[in-house]
Structure formats: structure tokens, C-alpha cells
Write a protein of this length. Structure first.
Length: 287
């Protein structure tokens, strides 16, 4: 078996996987619930969602077997079979990029950008992505039985993981398995929303909002979204340099330093301070 990584930078991914697993074991076996460790654990759950994204665009390993094993690990911590990224994200979102036809468009229900649209988006987007997932499974069953079986294996592993956890201790399963999974699933859709809402989906450079601060160090450069749509196969470790090459083309209003300041400003302070509300580039174009 080939244990070689495609990129040495993914030692960081492996470290995150080890830390996430270790925290689960420590909480389940020894210390139980500790608020400080649990907050760290929920952050690691968020990082899992980013790693699933990266792994589906560019698998971590050169070995097919190792990639399948990594699929399984990510699936049980992510809370959903990660092959689902292929039809919903790789094949759909990157094709339409928040334009009509994108199952994850940010303006399906409302053109507004506020706290209500933010927190409702993951459920709405997740619902509309299911058709693409089942369509992909049907297509793989007809055209590529091996890929179909790999996809089904992720469902099997996830169900066995959840069943075992619930049977051993349902309270710990809820706290240390199911809630972190939901945080992982929820957070990645929140990221997608804030990266595209009120941007101009028809623009070559202004279709995405970028976050250029510390969050990128912690979450594998996930804040650089414009360059990701231009070079989806670019490894996360090479994204900052590539972003610098195109940054001058992006409207400064879509270049945010702090993710958390954007969240606080746009979804909380904006309720009382109108100048903190975002303006829709999409609606400006349509006018």
C-alpha cells in the first residue's frame, strides 16, 4: 500500500484528523464533558467539513485504498457520506457558481442577507441538494459499479458508527458524535452562504466574498474563495499565493479581513446600524 501524500502540506490534515480522534476518545473514555475541550472539539468538527471539501477536490493520498479509508474517517466525523460533495459541489456549484441552476444558490427564498436568511440557508440548501445526490448514485450504479459501491460503503460505515455509539451510550453519542456532526454539516453551508451572498454571480471576479485573516491558517485557506472557483484543483497550500495574483481584480468590498467581524457586523450590529448591512451586487446588476 502506498502511504505517500500528494502534498507534504497535508501532514497538517493528518494532524487535525489525529487530534479530532484523540479528543473524541479522551472525552468518551476518560474526562466526559469539559466545556473548554468541547469548544475545541467543535472547532475540529468545523475543520472536518473543510477537509472533506479539500479531499473531494484533490484526494490526500496517492493510494486509492488510503483515500477510501480517509473517506470513511471523514464520513463518520462529518456526519454524511462525503461522496455527496461530488454531485452537489464539484459538479454543480462549481459549474453554476451561485447562478440559476446551482442547487445551493443563496437567493432561492430571499434576496435579503440577514440573520434569518443565514440560519435558514443550511436547511434549505441541504434539502435542494438531495436530488443531485440520488441522481449521482443512480448514474454510478449504471455506469461505474466500483464507484457506486464506494459511495454505498460510506453509508454503511456511517450507519454502523452511529449505531455502535448509540448502543454503547446514547447520551455520549449525542454529545460527542451527533452534535459535532451537525456542527460540521451546518458550518460548511454557512461558509458557502457568506462567501456568495450579495456578490455578483455573473462577474468574473466579484462572484465570491473572501476572508483573508487568521481563519485561513486554522482552516486550510478556506477563506480565499474567488481563486478557488478559478482554480478548483489547486491544493489548499498553494491558494494564498494564487490569491495574491488576482486580488487586484476583486472589488475591495468582497475582501474581508475578519470572518467573525463580518458575522457580528452583518448579522447582529446591522439590525441597529444600517450602514453595516450588505448591498446586493446581484440586485444592482439586475437594476
Amino acid at each position: 500500500m502506498n502511504f505517500k501524500l500528494r502534498y507534504k502540506a497535508d501532514v497538517k490534515s493528518l494532524a487535525y484528523m489525529f487530534i479530532t480522534t484523540a479528543i473524541l476518545v479522551i472525552q468518551w473514555v476518560w474526562i466526559g464533558f469539559n466545556p473548554f475541550i468541547y469548544v475545541l472539539y467543535l472547532f475540529m468538527a468545523v475543520s472536518v467539513s473543510v477537509m472533506t471539501h479539500n479531499h473531494n477536490h484533490l484526494p490526500i493520498w496517492k493510494s486509492k485504498t488510503m483515500n477510501v479509508l480517509t473517506d470513511w474517517w471523514l464520513t463518520v466525523f462529518y456526519g454524511f457520506p462525503i461522496f455527496a460533495w461530488i454531485p452537489t459541489h464539484n459538479k454543480n456549484h462549481h459549474r453554476y457558481n451561485n447562478r440559476e441552476g446551482d442547487d445551493s444558490i443563496t437567493y432561492r427564498i430571499s434576496e435579503k442577507n440577514n440573520f434569518l436568511t443565514l440560519i435558514s440557508y443550511p436547511t434549505i440548501s441541504g434539502y435542494y441538494q438531495q436530488k443531485a445526490i440520488f441522481g449521482y448514485l443512480k448514474d454510478m450504479y449504471a455506469k461505474d459499479k466500483e464507484k457506486f459501491l464506494i459511495c454505498i460503503s460510506q453509508y454503511v460505515v456511517l450507519v454502523l458508527w452511529l449505531a455502535a455509539a448509540l448502543l454503547i451510550d446514547w447520551k455520549k453519542a449525542l454529545l460527542f458524535v451527533i452534535i459535532p456532526q451537525q456542527v460540521s454539516l451546518f458550518s460548511v453551508l454557512i461558509f458557502n452562504y457568506v462567501q456568495h451572498v450579495h456578490a455578483n454571480e455573473e462577474s468574473e471576479w466579484n462572484h465570491s466574498r473572501n476572508f483573508t485573516g487568521l481563519l485561513n491558517f486554522l482552516l486550510f485557506n478556506n477563506g480565499y474563495h474567488t481563486i478557488h472557483h478559478h482554480k478548483a484543483g489547486l491544493h489548499w497550500s498553494n491558494v494564498p499565493e494564487a490569491h495574491k495574483e488576482i486580488e487586484h481584480n476583486i472589488d475591495p468590498i468582497l475582501l474581508e479581513r475578519s470572518f467573525w467581524w463580518y458575522i457580528v457586523r452583518s448579522y447582529f450590529l446591522s439590525i441597529f446600524i444600517p450602514k453595516f448591512r450588505t448591498n446586493s451586487m446581484r440586485l444592482e446588476r439586475l437594476r
